[in-house]
Write a protein that binds this ligand. Sequence first.
Ligand code: ADP
Ligand code: AMP
Length: 220
Amino acid sequence: MDIILFGPPGAGKGTQGALLADHFGLQRLSTGDLLRDAVRQATPLGLEARRFMDVGELVPDQVILGLVREYLGGEGGAGVIFDGFPRTDAQDRALDWAHAEIGRRIDAVLVLDVSDESIVQRMAGRRSCPACGAVYNVHFEPPGIAGRCDRCGSELVSRVDDEEATVRRRLAVYQAQTAPVIDYYRLAGTRLEHVPGDQPVEQVQKALIERLSTASAPTQ
Ligand code: ADP
Ligand code: AMP
């Protein structure tokens, strides 16, 4: 089962992707996490990507597609949850081609709907663990000890691109370049499920699991 977890930045894709991956035994592929790893390691790809990430723009398609091809070549046995990919029309087409080569397909696109104002508020409170990737929120999902990761004890950090002006730029980029990806899958007849993301984490998770557990007939 390969699925796309779709939605604006801050909708809860990383949070829900991790929970769903555990629940269904799937791999989670977050292009944002792969890019942040490359930035931390200061690889040539990371240095190139950072120029775009810090100002809330999309990283060029060729860079992203190189990363995803590399990943799909080595992983994906039980199925993949794509988080933050595809984000452009070139990326959705390239994923189809890569999938066709390995005899897989997207079984469902789950769209998390969240209002812009909730997103700005969430991003201001987001804290991430640079070591293990766990995500918290000082308002909604605080760690047990302030500033420390519950899982590995590392010091939590704020993302530079979570500053309000950059978040608003990312939301505009989402509307212009990423939201149309939904139409690509609608036209292809892929199962498309909208889930209200403006509710507590557990309720969103329950709704997602219910949608994924029901009959797999394509819906619009
Ligand atoms: P994305 O991966 O879509 O950018 P995240 O999963 O990182 O989003 O979530 C963004 C922020 O919002 C994080 O701080 C996270 O803890 C918090 N968050 C996620 N889901 C919810 C929710 N249902 N209600 C409130 N806060 C949430
Ligand atoms: P995310 O962690 O998904 O919010 O992504 C953080 C940033 O990484 C985005 O604002 C983009 O600059 C970049 N990025 C992540 N995934 C992609 C993608 N599929 N295409 C282009 N840029 C991406």
